[in-house]
Ligand binder design. Structure first.
Ligand code: NAD
Length: 496
């Protein structure tokens, strides 16, 4: 059922919000009773007081996870049975779609139309996909000496900590806990302090679905809580999504402690290359606008650099300006909103300072460039694009994580590929061309974990692995490859 703007506002006014952490099957206050305020970025209003997990809570959660994991209450279940419980979990996420979507939108400012159609159903789909897959993947019998039997099996890694960001809170968390739970691990989710509410709510649904105590726990709090988990000797694997800077720290914490497995999904500065034989320039412009303005540009895969061939540049920009209008910010609870609010004051200030820097470094505004408000409130920024005189401007190189596009002009395909790859990141890239050979040739040369041809951000399908080359990280979320992160390979040799 789709609701009107007024109905969402009404539902928001009566929504009960759980702010406690979740350890060993129970909601509880932080050990030292510390809390933080969760703020709605569209209004500045306080939504809830949320527990800030203490070191003692981290220890308690890790101990509960270890106990539950080693008891075999989850890892020892037949995969079919684990899958059935996870399917119930997915069904409960779907049943609570509106409540979860509303929490997500109030907490981090994204349009309610996206939370209801992308984030929440996407999380349910992920859990369900791994639930269905887990009894269909087996081991190997190795072709060894006939006097032996050589078995190759996969076993759960043990206690997995999932430290996740604020831009797609429920979805990024599910990309970690979906495969990790399916593989038989105990998972501790550490949501971002900017958007903890959906993860906290999920804990109750996990319990209701029948996931045993200690197998799914949630520790809200800040970077200190993530650091305690990453340094913890009782954590076997840390699955992280967030910035490249923090990803490097996490790898260091693992090295300083127990060499826990480290999986990193990090930042990006993804190029979207529009060649002069682009099959449909108006569609390319609309897609380019979506690629940078969807989710307020707070996207690791944001198409934040458009590389456009000189001969079609003016026509492209004309279409792009029209397309950008659709993303003018509105109240995130309005189902028609194209863009919502920036997650908080810190991110808002950071994005505006990049806009100032773009102006200061000689880029020309194509559209936007201003902060704005909705009903005199909130952290909103206009969909902004700059025409950049060269690709070495700060706004062409650094991840802004906001609705700011850099347009760079090129003459030849070689030049486009060189500029596209001239970045520390390698998360995603796109190329628009009508020539199938050019499409293949350019795709091969792009150093990125995902390449789109004549589209952008297609990829809701769980069958496709997702992750980055270079400093965009290691390992892959989604697809059967994600199971590799949460399992250890074991060789068993039996002498006959
Ligand atoms: P962030 O790195 O600031 O924080 C991510 C998480 O790490 C949060 O839960 C935070 O509390 C925690 N954290 C912060 N400092 C820590 C520390 N020292 N030790 C352990 N944990 C710590 O990132 P963010 O601002 O929440 O998210 C934005 C970033 O995430 C962007 O760079 C974006 O590109 C990236 N991202 C990547 C993907 C991907 O799949 N590649 C997806 C979404 C977001």
């Amino acid at each position: 059922m789709s609701r009107t703007h007024a109905e969402w506002q009404q539902l928001a006014a009566t929504l009960g919000i759980e702010g406690r952490l979740f350890i060993d099957g129970e909601y509880a206050h932080a050990h030292d009773s510390r809390t933080f305020n969760c703020i709605n970025p569209a209004t500045g209003d306080k939504l809830a007081e949320v527990a800030w997990s203490a070191a003692a809570d981290v220890d308690a959660a890790v101990a509960a996870a270890r106990r539950a994991f080693e008891s075999g209450v989850w890892s020892g279940l037949p995969p079919l049975k684990r899958g059935k419980i996870l399917k119930r979990f997915a069904a409960l996420i779907r049943q609570h779609r509106d409540e979860l979507a509303l929490l997500e939108t109030l907490d981090m400012g994204k349009p309610i139309g996206d939370s209801t159609t992308v984030d929440v159903p996407g999380a349910a789909y992920c859990v369900e996909w791994f639930a269905e897959a887990i009894d269909k993947v087996g081991g190997e019998v190795a072709p060894v000496d006939p006097k032996l039997v050589g078995l190759v099996t996969r076993e759960p890694v043990g206690v997995v900590a999932a430290v996740v960001p604020w831009n797609f809170p429920i979805l990024m968390a599910s990309w970690k806990f979906g495969p990790a739970l399916a593989a038989g691990n105990a998972v501790i989710v550490k949501p971002s302090e900017k958007s903890p509410l959906t993860a906290i709510r999920l804990a109750g649904l996990a319990k209701q679905a029948g996931i045993p105590d200690g197998i799914f726990q949630v520790l809200p709090g800040g970077g200190d809580v993530g650091k305690l988990l990453a340094l913890h000797m009782g954590v076997d694997c840390i699955a992280f999504t967030g910035s490249t800077a923090v990803g490097k720290l996490i790898a260091g914490y693992a090295a300083q402690s127990n060499l826990k497995r480290v999986w990193l999904e990090l930042g990006g500065k993804s190029p979207n290359i529009i060649l002069e034989d682009c099959p449909d320039l108006a569609r390319a412009a609309r897609t380019a606008a979506g690629a940078i303005y969807y989710n307020m540009g707070e996207m690791c895969t944001a198409g934040s650099r458009v590389l456009v061939q000189r001969s079609i540049k003016e026509r492209f920009l004309e279409e792009f300006r029209k397309a950008a209008q659709r993303y003018y910010p509105a109240d995130p609870l309005d189902p028609a909103a194209g863009m919502g609010a920036i997650v908080d004051q810190i991110q808002f200030d950071k994005v505006l300072s990049y806009i100032d820097q773009g102006r200061g470094e000689g880029a020309t505004l194509i559209c936007g460039g201003q902060a704005t408000q909705v009903e005199s409130k909130g952290y909103f920024i206009e969909p902004t694009a700059f025409d950049c005189p060269h690709p070495d401007l700060t706004i062409c190189r650094e991840e802004i994580f906001g609705p700011v596009l850099s347009v760079i002009t090129f003459d030849s395909i070689d030049e486009a590929v060189r500029i596209a790859n001239d970045t520390e990141y390698g998360l995603a890239a796109a190329v628009w061309t009508a020539n199938v050979s050019t499409a293949h040739q350019v795709s091969r040369r792009l150093r990125a974990g995902t390449v789109w041809v004549n589209c952008y951000d297609e990829g809701g399908d769980m069958n496709l692995p997702f992750g980055g080359f270079k400093q965009s990280g290691n390992g892959r979320d989604k697809s059967l490859h994600a199971l590799e992160k949460y399992t250890e390979l074991k060789s068993t040799l039996i002498k006959l």
